[in-house]
Design a protein around this ligand. Sequence first.
Ligand code: ADP
Ligand code: MG
Length: 297
Amino acid sequence: ATPTALMAASGRGAQLGIFLKGYQALESTREVDTVVLDKTGTVTTGGMSLTDVRCVSDFPRERALRLAGAVEHASEHAVAAAVAAAARAESAGEAESLPTVEGFVNEPGLGARGEVEGHRVLVGRTKLFTDREVPVPEELDRKRSEWESAGRTTVLVGCDGVAVAVLALSDRVKPSAEAAVRELSRLGMSTVLLTGDNEATARSVAAEVGIDEVVAGVLPGEKVAEIERLRERGRRVAMVGDGVNDAPALATAELGLAVGAGTDVAISAADLILVRDDLAAVPDAIKLSRRTLGTIR
Ligand code: ADP
Ligand code: MG
């Protein structure tokens, strides 16, 4: 393409809310045949809300939420924001009423931990508990899988070396997701949902929007390995993500697309920035590059 055509594409892209980081991005976009989408905050809104809480018999719900909320208040994950908001809402309505956390540790793709009111509090997915050899009572584990089968994201809460509660959260797919995925298929792309969340929840989201394949339960580093695996099979991969945990995968893909508000880390790892929080920008970017580089199909 001529420099003029590329300049025009940048201008047209800007109007569509698509920012190209260099002309190479435009070339790579044209080559893509596989679009890998992160789930939370990319296909879903990431504006999660708490739907259910189950505690072991001697543990009050309000206390489980308060301890979990205090730890999650210090974390930036969508799951964490929802837990902290629910804890604040239930603690007599005072905005400042969550206790402080000491020794906060973020466990990327797993959860977080810290000390609250003198207790060791652990919040996150099952793998975090098994890795740290923190037992999960049978009754909580049963609720967890029941809620996951219903498409919920679940979070375990541990206190002083044992799980005491399980929380269920719901998220909504973005209104633009289904049409965007359909448009990607029409453009000949195959689609993959790549997520650290559980398999059952990931499958229900994929089915809702028509995504072809699901890779679930992966850690942030495994997202990179999954992209590499696809590339080794000869696929030309675009990765679409928003979060801190997606930055290495965005950088590994042929083409990294950061969506919506995104995080600074994701934005710096990406080749294309999609300013709209609207997934239609993904097929728009592909069409823009094909049109500019003269391969409209
Ligand atoms: P995704 O790929 O869907 O964006 P992540 O890889 O960021 O998800 O996280 C994977 C899973 O780990 C989440 O679905 C959640 O169960 C758990 N998790 C991650 N961070 C936290 C946190 N701060 N608190 C609780 N759970 C968390
Ligand atoms: Mg995410």
